[in-house]
Structure formats: structure tokens, C-alpha cells
Design a protein around this ligand. Sequence first.
Ligand code: GLU
Length: 199
Amino acid sequence: MCGIVGFTGEHQAAPILLDGLSKLEYRGYDSAGIAIRDGSADAEIIKAKGRLKVLAEKTNDGESVKGTCGIGHTRWATHGGVTDVNAHPHRVGKVVLIHNGIIENYRQIVTEYGLADQLVSETDSEVVAALLNKFYEGDPVKAIKKTVKVLSGAFALCIMFQDIPDTIYAIRNVSPMVATSCERGSVIASDLTALIEFS
Ligand code: GLU
């Protein structure tokens, strides 16, 4: 199991994501990463194998990455070794994505949709980002629906699209995810422990 946290709202996202991920550490993980958006600027992605502490040090506890919308992930590798490149988030074209779970048919998807030259990691998750990017023509919900019809396996996905600032899209099948919102913003996570301070 890994951990997923997303936040969009009125506060800096990176410290909130790091704090949320620390509450999910008990689930186990081997690497961690965050993607933060500052308005319409491209997402900044920072990731590192090893403890969350490494990511916190790389980002000065989140202070050095500005933006009020972002997604964060702790990975428990199932496909691909434990490396910085294989850590999430993954970016392909306009899509930045984190994934919890296993995509069983990812190899078939790569072949069927000709995605191999777009992939830099060994993960099943990056294949989902590449497929979403292929299907994306300006309507995120349409692209997400088309993508999940192709996937077999368990997944919780949080997605940001380059041309849609301040917005996180999420969808799940089997893998858990919970969300809430308050005056500080909206938050989504793998489980309630990361949401308690927003309730
Ligand atoms: N299957 C994905 C990977 O190996 C996600 C694993 C997870 O749930 O952390 O990167």
C-alpha cells in the first residue's frame, strides 16, 4: 500500500502534502514525491527514493516549492525498481499523475496504443499517464472515462492537467480514497488519518 494526498485551496500545498504523507507513513513505502502548481505555471515535480525525510530536505520542508494546488505520493513499488525516476508523480505531456495500485494489463496497453517512446520509467502507473495524455483533447472527464475503460486492476488516481490550474481530478477502483473540503481548501487522501485536521 502506498499513500496519496492532494490539496487545492487557499494555502501553500507542499507543506500540507508532506504533513499528510507523514500521517500515511504507517502504510509502508519506499519512495516519495510531490507535484505542485503555482497558478497556470507547469507543475514542479520533486521526488526521491527513500524516506519522506529526504523529500522534506530536498524541499526545505515544502517551503521552497510554491503553489496552492498539488498532489503527493508515497510509493510501494510493484512494477519497476525503487528509483527516483520510478517514484511518482509521473508527467506525460499535459498530464501529471499519481497512482496507488496495480494496472494488470499495462504491457498490452503500451503495445496497443503505441506508448513505448513516451515512457521514461518502468512503472505501470506512467502508462496510465501516457494513455490519458493520448486521449486528452481538452475534456478531462471524457479522457478519464475513456482511460479507465481500458484499465484492468486496482487503482486510485489523482491527476492534474496542464491547462486546468487549481484542479485535481481523482478516480478509484478497489483502492481506497477519501475526500473532504473546508474553508482552507479541498483535500483528498488514501485514508482518513491524513484528513483529520481538515474535519
Ligand atoms: N504500481 C505502481 C508502482 O509500482 C504503484 C504502487 C503503489 O501503489 O505505490 O509504481
